[in-house]
Ligand binder design. Structure first.
Ligand SMILES: Nc1ncnc2c1ncn2[C@@H]1O[C@H](COP(=O)(O)OP(=O)(O)OP(=O)(O)O)[C@@H](O)[C@H]1O
Ligand SMILES: [Mg+2]
Length: 191
């Protein structure tokens, strides 16, 4: 329920890491070749897309009401990810989104994204936990990786494990992949 928190960046990278189809309702989709775009006028996820074995749905923000496609996707998915930044408006939007998605009965993982200071991360996590209890919280720090992939395309992401001279980015990819593996495991466990 908040723009610019990292939904598309995380979704694209998660889909690459897990070999999943990337599906979005975003009108400015990221630089990935075989993405599927759901037209904005659709109220539900098209039936053929609900049956895909491996899919990441990047369903973006509406500030006041839950997009019916989000509720629909929540009804058949294995795991829900809510990315948040550390500012108070993002935290408020995350709590609201969590509350609305809880009814679906699916595991929910919050990713605290795009922060620099570990203390900021901890304060955000503690604030979320004080309302929600100790729900799964993952973290992705501020990184140049998402912009690099966004600019250079998905082949860059696929090649980065082998690339020379990008040691820091390789480490970043590994950290992100650990987050995605944890989320996948939580989704598997809930089946
Ligand atoms: N961890 C991060 N470190 C650095 N930049 C980031 C990080 N996460 C996201 N960004 C940047 O923030 C911007 C917004 O991210 P993104 O487009 O993924 O958010 P979104 O939630 O999909 O936004 P929208 O609501 O517009 O669809 C992008 O330029 C992206 O590269
Ligand atoms: Mg987006």
């Amino acid at each position: 329920m908040k723009g610019g928190v990292g939904k598309s960046s995380i979704s694209v990278n998660l889909s690459v890491h897990t070999g999943s189809q990337y599906i979005t309702n975003d009108i400015t989709p990221p630089s990935i070749e075989d993405f599927i775009q759901i037209p904005p006028n659709k109220k539900k996820i098209p039936a053929d897309l609900t049956k895909l074995e491996n899919a990441v749905f990047d369903l973006g923000a509406l500030s006041t009401l839950l997009d019916p496609k989000v509720a629909h996707a929540a009804s058949f998915c294995d795991v829900i990810i809510i990315p948040t930044r550390t500012d108070s408006r993002s935290i408020a939007a995350t709590l609201k989104t969590y509350e609305l998605l809880q009814d679906a009965g699916k595991p929910i993982v919050i990713i605290i994204n795009h922060f620099r200071d570990q203390k900021k991360f901890e304060a955000t996590r503690d604030q979320l936990w004080s309302t929600l209890g100790r729900v799964p919280v993952a973290s992705i720090r501020e990184t140049t990786l998402f912009d690099r992939i966004s600019n250079a395309g998905i082949v860059f992401a696929l090649n980065i494990q082998n690339a020379k001279g990008l040691h820091m980015l390789q480490k970043t990819v590994q950290k992100h992949n650990a987050v995605y593996d944890r989320i996948t495991a939580i989704g598997e466990h809930g089946k």
